[in-house]
Design a protein around this ligand. Structure first.
Ligand SMILES: NC(=O)c1ccc[n+]([C@@H]2O[C@H](COP(=O)([O-])OP(=O)(O)OC[C@H]3O[C@@H](n4cnc5c(N)ncnc54)[C@H](O)[C@@H]3O)[C@@H](O)[C@H]2O)c1
Length: 449
């Protein structure tokens, strides 16, 4: 099939690359000339394990191309996937301006092709509030008029950054909202190579498909806020959240996934999708009370952790003039995506209190440099260089390379042996023996004499 991806971000690029890998002709459009310039040279603009290799392979095979030209992108496509960002707008509403722009662009190109053109299917892959796909249909119809037929669909994406290729190639399920049989058939053909594992393609109505994505993300966000709330209670009552997790999660009805306490969720999806549910609730008069609490607990989690940092330094005159090292700057491991990353929130707060911050991330350093600069910030290329002369280390993501560091070396490099372990990576007993102060989440603090 001839496919066009609108947007070459984390979703559009992965989707385009994976569809080209099963033999489709894929053209990826973006409005960002720097991204397209890189992609045309075979350089991947984002970090995603395995993406570069797969991209190079399909570029070489002639199945994967990139363009800035909207007319070229939309002219020959049989299916057009809108994969643009849907960020939270100023008042908490989902900002749909990129989706609207894409719909208008598609409409104008279709109009220029005139009646008799091959029927196109316009697919919303971005995460959007219920009703958005029909809004896209109406916008395009208003431009092209009644003589040009086209189909629409909603096909939410469930990939996780850091494991996106695997998630896309072997999805637990594919969800597609359609209005007609022909569109459903086209999706079944397109996704057939991806569901050889027997996992289902669910064809459903468009509003339900749009809602599946929000329901899924809100549920996962709820699990994270739930375990964080339990961790906070553990701290208050002298219980250990790790023991509680073991006892609780071995229940088959509960399971282990997304029940790790920490700094709360970040990234470009959970925060905005929780807010979108809250807004959908407020708009409809069905208050999304649970989503509101989930969001509030998440915001509070970072503040609580920061309070541990300020609390530690209070007897020493506060954070002003202290230097903090941060390991893990993206919102989670194996991605360079720093949107809503807890580390950045904590770094900004620390700077606000007069501290100096040093950061290290295996793949996100350049993105952080573009976002956070000034005399109080230095970003290092080595995790041990990062801790040199610092008063404390804050571990903010659970990259494998942070899991078993050389504590003796750390102790020698740091000015003070203090670790704020935002991901519960280290055992309190190990920390005690190594002579570190150790603050974690939902467990007792290790203090040194
Ligand atoms: N990132 C994830 O892990 C993930 C997972 C599932 C779903 N989603 C959803 O997918 C959507 C895209 O997310 P993302 O993380 O890939 O976003 P992103 O910001 O990484 O990429 C969006 C891209 O769209 C481009 N763009 C904007 N307007 C355009 C236009 N009119 N024509 C062509 N290109 C245009 C931007 O330049 C950008 O490169 C969002 O709705 C998001 O919620 C994201």
């Amino acid at each position: 099939m001839r496919l066009t991806m609108v947007g070459t971000g984390y979703v559009g690029l992965v989707t385009g690359v994976c569809f080209s890998n099963t033999g489709n002709d894929v053209l990826c459009l973006d409005v960002d000339p720097r991204k397209i310039e890189k992609l045309k040279k075979g350089v991947c603009p984002i970090y995603e394990p395995g993406l570069t290799e797969l991209m190079e392979h399909n570029i070489e095979a002639g199945r994967l191309k990139f363009t800035l030209d909207k007319a070229e992108a939309y002219r020959d496509a049989q299916m057009i996937f809108i994969c643009v960002g849907t960020p939270t707008g100023e008042n908490g509403q989902t900002d749909l301006k990129y989706v609207e722009q894409a719909a208008d662009d598609i409409g104008h190109v279709m109009k220029s092709l005139g009646p008799g053109q091959e029927r196109k299917i316009v697919v919303v892959k971005s995460t959007v509030p219920v009703g958005t796909t029909m809004m896209v249909k109406q916008r395009i119809a208003a431009i092209v008029g009644p003589s040009i037929a086209f189909g629409v669909a909603d096909n939410p994406e469930f990939l996780k950054e850091g494991a996106a290729i695997d998630d896309f190639n072997k999805p637990d399920r594919v969800v597609v909202g359609v209005e007609d049989e022909a569109t459903g058939k086209a999706f079944k053909e397109l996704y057939d190579p991806f569901v050889r594992n027997g996992h289902p393609i669910y064809l459903m109505d468009i509003p339900s498909a749009e809602m599946v994505k929000y329901a899924s993300n809100n549920f996962l966000a709820t699990k994270i806020s739930f375990i964080n709330e339990m961790a906070n209670l553990c701290e208050a009552y002298g219980a250990d959240i790790n023991r509680v997790r073991e006892g609780m999660c071995s229940d088959k009805r509960i399971g282990h996934a997304f029940l790790y306490p920490g700094l709360g969720y970040g990234g470009s999806c959970f925060p905005k999708d929780t807010l979108a549910c809250i807004m959908m609730g407020d708009k409809s008069g069905i208050e999304a009370k649970l989503s509101k609490s989930v969001h509030e607990v998440n915001q509070r989690q970072r503040d609580r952790f920061f309070d541990k940092i300020t609390g530690h330094f209070k007897p020493q005159g506060g954070l002003a003039g202290k230097t903090l090292a941060f390991w893990g700057l993206a919102f989670k491991p194996r991605t360079d995506d720093i949107r809503e990353a807890p580390a950045l929130t904590l770094m900004r707060k620390a700077i606000g209190y007069g501290a100096l911050v040093r950061g290290y991330d295996p793949v996100a350093n350049d993105n952080v440099r573009a976002e956070l600069s000034g005399p109080a910030v230095s970003i290092e290329e080595d995790m041990y260089e990062c801790v040199k002369g610092t008063d404390a280390l804050v571990v903010s993501t659970d990259w494998d390379e942070f899991k078993s560091p050389d504590f003796a070396r750390l102790g020698k490099l740091m000015k003070h042996k203090v670790i704020f372990d935002g991901r519960n990576l280290y055992r309190p007993s190990t920390m005690h023996e190594a002579g570190f102060w150790h603050y974690s989440v939902g467990r007792a603090t290790v203090k040194q004499g």
